[in-house]
Ligand binder design. Structure first.
Ligand code: ACO
Length: 332
């Protein structure tokens, strides 16, 4: 996989500090060994240092260059708790509650980022998406100009699709039912992810079960309105919709159903109308077509924090550390 090797090498040029809250999970430790060996990132592993070291030794992996931090005893707890009280003052968070929350590595990690002690975070090998994302949303929040966070997947498919087999899908991970403005924002931010992480010149298809008015339904209207809004938000990006999947990807179908479109038949960014379609869609392509899926790459957050699928492999973790590090480099 040439492209992912490039992403790994690029990360190694300027190693970022990536915090791994699930510090003594077996796959995390095995991945940490590879990340440190390839110098893809500087790692901060959260948990009890003695337990992490013992587990690493048992597995025969070398994590000697990682920084081990115990959220239960770290000297920055007091500082972080004060910061949390300030960040969450509209919600009435007390210092005692903040200190209690900091016992959770999924809360401690985002606070390290917030205080400039880490550049990015990767978690989710043993925690559900919501538990990884909620503290990130609440403490790190969205970046300027973005109102929501969404999740993209880098999909490596047959070379006849996308750009030499590279496609970006979104939202496949976060927003269950985006409204038209949110969908437009997802389209624009995904185009930016496609450009920043995989170097694509984005051609964004706004997917639907209808192409250019072939069906009439409020769900189709949502996509046509989102398409118009996205074009207004980013007039320089090629965006078209509403398009069915075949019209988006297959030249002959695109020419037939959406003649004159600069996107139809050659899309490399697919924006799904909702999370049901997006999440099921990427897994279908991954499982039935044997595509490699890297992600979700969370986009729209003020700092890179990414979530893994609990079924992830060691290789998936290494790749996602590299993606997170590249996002962090892009934010310097
Ligand atoms: N972007 C930015 N902030 C958000 C977003 C978002 N997309 N969604 C919620 N928030 C914020 C809210 O504003 C709120 O902030 P506040 O406490 O300061 O007011 C906080 O996060 C919690 O919001 P809730 O509405 O209570 O959201 P909840 O925690 O119930 O759900 C979540 C958020 C977990 C992300 C939800 O949208 C969800 O479950 N999405 C689906 C995730 C999922 O299961 N994906 C599929 C699996 S992933 C995979 O297969 C790879």
């Amino acid at each position: 996989m040439e492209l992912i090797q490039k992403i790994r090498k690029n990360a190694a040029k300027n190693p970022m500090r990536i915090v791994l809250p699930e510090g003594n999970e077996e796959r995390m430790l095995k991945a940490a060994h590879i990340v440190l060996e390839e110098k893809i990132a500087r790692l901060i592993m959260l948990g009890n240092p003695e337990e992490i070291k013992a587990e690493a030794q048992k597995l025969g992996v070398d994590i000697g260059n990682a920084t081990l931090v115990d959220p239960l005893t770290d000297e920055r707890r007091d500082l972080y708790a004060d910061m949390m009280v300030e960040i969450r003052k509209s919600k009435g968070l007390t210092k005692d509650q903040a200190l209690e929350l900091l016992n959770d590595p999924l809360c401690f990690g985002p606070m390290m980022i917030k205080n400039g002690d880490a550049d990015g975070e990767l978690a989710g090998s043993i925690n559900a998406t919501g538990d990884v994302l909620r503290p990130a949303f609440q403490l790190v929040k969205t970046m300027k100009g973005c109102s929501i966070v969404s999740g993209a997947f880098l999909m490596f498919v047959d070379k006849k699709f996308g750009d030499d087999g590279v496609l970006v899908f979104a939202d496949c991970a976060v927003m269950p039912d985006p409204n038209e403005t949110q969908l437009a924002e997802i389209a624009v931010v995904t185009a930016k992810t496609a450009k920043a992480i995989v170097g694509l010149k984005p051609r964004v298809a706004m997917l639907s079960f209808s192409t250019k008015g072939s069906a009439k339904h409020p769900l189709v209207d949502k996509v046509t309105k989102a398409t118009k809004l996205a074009k207004e938000m980013a007039p320089d990006i090629l965006i078209d919709g509403e398009l069915q999947l075949d019209a988006a990807l297959i030249k002959e179908v695109g020419e037939l159903k959406a003649p004159g479109s600069k996107v139809a038949g050659k899309a490399n960014v697919l924006v799904f109308p909702g999370l049901e379609a997006g999440n099921i869609g990427y897994k279908l392509v991954q499982r039935l077509a044997g595509a490699q899926a890297i992600g979700p790459v969370l986009q729209g957050m003020a700092a890179p924090i990414n979530d893994l699928s609990r079924g992830c492999s060691v290789e998936d973790i290494v790749n996602m550390v590299a993606v997170t590090a590249n996002q962090a480099i892009g934010m310097i």
